[in-house]
Design a protein around this ligand. Structure first.
Ligand code: RBF
Ligand code: MG
Length: 342
């Protein structure tokens, strides 16, 4: 998959029949993948190049000063999109100027003149252009008038909830990581860096934890205790975010499975450790069946299900007993989910 940064890398004359899917694709969830399957089918039918067009940063970052919490890091989004089989990802820098472009101009200037769209596919809830006035009805009628094919893909439902990035964010914020995993098609994962914590886990509880400093902007789950996995992704801090990246061609390994990383069962606490007074929020993994040093590594924590609320215990011993039960629950949950925990 080629990653094209608009407008620098665009050479319209050399683009063959681009078929475009537009959206933010945060999380690259099952709904996004269904949309991309429509894109691939349409591109196949017309001998066109399946292309995803996305905005960076998230438009709300520019319009409201803050984007929604992200379901994936930018790097992960590129990897996940590459794994869908599309040929090309066009990144449109979203700035004040672009936010002021009237939707009709966006279609004529950017989609047609610059990107040479032969067909456009979007989700039914897609809005665009100044004041978000552009919608699927406008794209359909402009397509008829200007000669590009248009398809809107209905928002799917999953267990009575819309399959959308907004709903996935809500589910995570509510602690419903089971639904989030179903919607994403993989467990929700938080990437970050293992930092030194209070050191109480080992000393007072007999349960040392790896404390994860999450990558900036990621959606954080409701406080509570979760079953999941911990994977090491290398040593040292991740490289500073680069503006340009070339994603690997072909499918990427499942989350946490890449080169040399080990995916290990973990009981995870997201909270403020109320047993020990007032503490900042921490994301900590007690990694099952592991005895070693995890400090100073980039890592990923996947959360598959919520076990309980965090509680204030009267003694460290009472907390240690509760963690023991959490470990048992974690093994049970992970093996019921079809994973080996031993
Ligand atoms: N701390 C609490 O104060 N209350 C809890 O209910 C609680 N549950 C935990 C469950 C697990 C599985 C783990 C790994 C940690 C938990 N902690 C809890 C966090 C604990 O206080 C923390 O790891 C140590 O204080 C070291 O920072
Ligand atoms: Mg710790």
């Amino acid at each position: 998959m080629d990653v094209i940064h608009f407008p620098d890398d665009v050479r319209p004359g050399r683009w063959k029949q681009p078929v475009l899917a537009l959206g933010n694709f945060d999380g690259v969830h099952r709904g996004h993948r269904a949309l991309i399957r429509r894109l691939l089918a349409r591109a196949e039918a017309v001998g066109g190049v399946p292309t995803v067009v996305t905005f960076d940063p998230h438009p709300q970052q520019v319009l409201r000063g803050a984007g929604p919490p992200a379901l994936v890091t930018p790097e992960r989004k590129v990897e996940l999109l590459a794994s869908t089989g599309i040929d090309r990802l066009v990144v449109l820098p979203f700035d004040r100027a672009l936010s002021l472009v009237e939707p009709e101009d966006f279609v004529e200037r950017i989609l047609l003149t610059e990107l040479r769209a032969k067909a456009v596919v979007v989700g039914a809830n897609f809005r665009f252009g100044h004041f978000a006035r552009g919608d699927t009805a406008m794209l359909r009628s402009m397509g008829r008038r200007l000669g590009f094919a248009f398809e809107s893909v209905k928002l799917a439902e999953l267990e009575g909830r819309h399959l959308s990035s907004t709903e996935v964010r809500k589910a995570i914020a509510e602690g419903d990581l089971r639904w989030a995993a179903k919607a994403l098609g993989r467990p929700y994962a938080i990437q970050g860096f293992v930092v030194r914590g209070a050191g109480r886990g080992q000393r007072l509880l007999g349960y040392p934890t790896a404390n994860l400093e999450p990558a900036p902007g990621l959606c954080l789950p409701a406080t509570g205790i979760y079953a999941g996995y911990f994977s090491m992704a290398g040593s040292g801090r991740p490289p500073a975010m680069s503006g340009r990246q070339q994603a690997p061609a072909g499918p990427v390994p499942a989350s946490g499975q890449d080169n040399g990383s080990r995916r290990m069962p973990a009981a995870v606490s997201v909270g403020t450790n109320p047993t020990f007074g007032e503490n900042p929020l921490s994301i900590e993994a007690f990694v099952l069946d592991y005895d070693g040093d995890l400090y100073g590594r980039t890592a990923e924590i996947e959360l598959t299900a919520r076990i309980r609320d965090e509680e204030r215990f009267d003694t460290p011993d009472a907390l240690a007993k509760a963690i023991e039960a959490d470990v048992v629950a974690t093994r049970r949950i992970l093996s019921a989910q079809g994973a080996k925990t031993q």
